[in-house]
Design a protein around this ligand. Structure first.
Ligand SMILES: NC(=O)c1ccc[n+]([C@@H]2O[C@H](COP(=O)([O-])OP(=O)(O)OC[C@H]3O[C@@H](n4cnc5c(N)ncnc54)[C@H](OP(=O)(O)O)[C@@H]3O)[C@@H](O)[C@H]2O)c1
Length: 297
């Protein structure tokens, strides 16, 4: 199902170009919406924008004056988020209800990204989830849904967003992966490894286009993720937890610096650096032990 609603804060926003210069303007059409797009305001589309890291991206970008397109499955929650962001930050926040585990849901977001009259300057592919249990104990459909949301949706949404960004000579895509990308840990880790490899690979082909791409790899972050998956977190030490705000701050800083990989937090940076040089056999043992210790399965 597709539903679009715009919250109207009733005031004109200043143009924002905090992370890259605003050079282009939208194509001219004689409509009120298009005229707002002509003012040079920057638009960000965030998937999974109602909770956790996605909601933190929405607050952060709204604070910087971005117009938003919020994507998730729960329409009521999306509308609440849109109204709150509009009232608090004076921005417009469209609501786009879409289940990214379905073809129809992905297609509706693709269509929004490909709309040349309402260009999207920043795409945050953030929606994702975990399945509780080791491989073989999770129903196959759950694994397939994960691949659809974590891989196919990111592939298709990136493909839909890039032509317009290239044409305008500006834009950015943040793909939310995980530190699990660097650990051999079942379908989740494998899907996130694809996100990192895909992002860095595509970025190589974007040299000189003015378009940036960043793979964001958080460690344990306080969100609804573990609770939704029914995963225990009691054994995870408090120092291991990041806040969504910190994850987003570091991502935006790394994007502005032109990095292709962002690993928030010094401890996680060190862990990823070690993981990248360890032989995979040794890494598999460490990662299984960590999963048993922290009882996330
Ligand atoms: N939390 C962590 O420790 C952690 C660590 C590393 C990486 N990550 C990654 O960070 C990203 C965000 O996770 P989070 O921790 O912020 O999770 P969260 O708090 O559970 O939020 C997930 C968001 O994604 C949306 N979503 C879930 N399935 C969807 C689907 N099929 N279609 C569209 N939207 C969907 C949810 O809204 P609806 O339910 O309304 O659709 C919600 O807005 C994920 O990619 C996750 O893998 C998280």
């Amino acid at each position: 199902m597709l539903l679009i609603r715009i919250s109207s804060p009733g005031r004109v926003l200043p143009p924002v170009g905090r992370y890259w210069p605003i050079r282009g303007v939208a194509l001219g059409v004689g409509q009120a919406v298009a005229s707002r797009y002509r003012r040079g305001m920057t638009t960000a589309l965030i998937t999974g924008a109602t909770a956790g890291i996605g909601a933190a991206f929405a607050r952060r970008l709204a604070r910087s004056g971005y117009r938003l397109v919020l994507v998730a499955r729960d329409t009521e929650r999306l509308e609440r988020a849109s109204a709150e962001l509009g009232a608090r930050y004076g921005i417009e926040a469209e609501v786009l209800t879409a289940d990214l585990a379905t073809d129809e849901g992905i297609a509706s977001v693709e269509a929004r990204l490909a709309d040349a009259e309402r260009p999207v300057d920043l795409l945050v592919n953030n929606a994702g989830f975990g399945n509780k249990g080791a491989f073989g104990t999770v129903p196959l459909q759950g694994e397939l849904d994960m691949l659809k949301v974590h891989i196919e949706a990111i592939l298709r949404l990136t493909t839909a967003a890039l032509p317009g960004m290239r044409e305008r000579g500006r834009g950015a895509i943040i793909n939310v992966a995980s530190v699990a990308a660097f650990l051999p840990r079942g379908t989740y880790g494998a899907s996130k490894a694809w996100v990192v490899s895909f992002t860095q690979g595509v970025l190589r082909d974007l040299g000189g286009t003015g378009v940036r791409m960043l793979a964001l790899c958080p460690g344990f972050t306080r969100t609804e993720f573990h609770q939704r998956a029914g995963m225990g977190t009691g054994n995870i030490p408090s120092w291991a937890w990041l806040s969504s705000e910190r994850v987003v701050d570091e991502a935006m800083r790394d994007l502005a610096r032109g990095k292709s990989l962002s690993v928030p937090g010094k401890r996680y940076k060190a862990a990823v650096a070690i993981a990248r040089v360890l032989p995979s056999g040794k890494l598999g043992g460490i990662s299984s032990k960590a999963a048993r210790t922290y009882r996330t399965n």
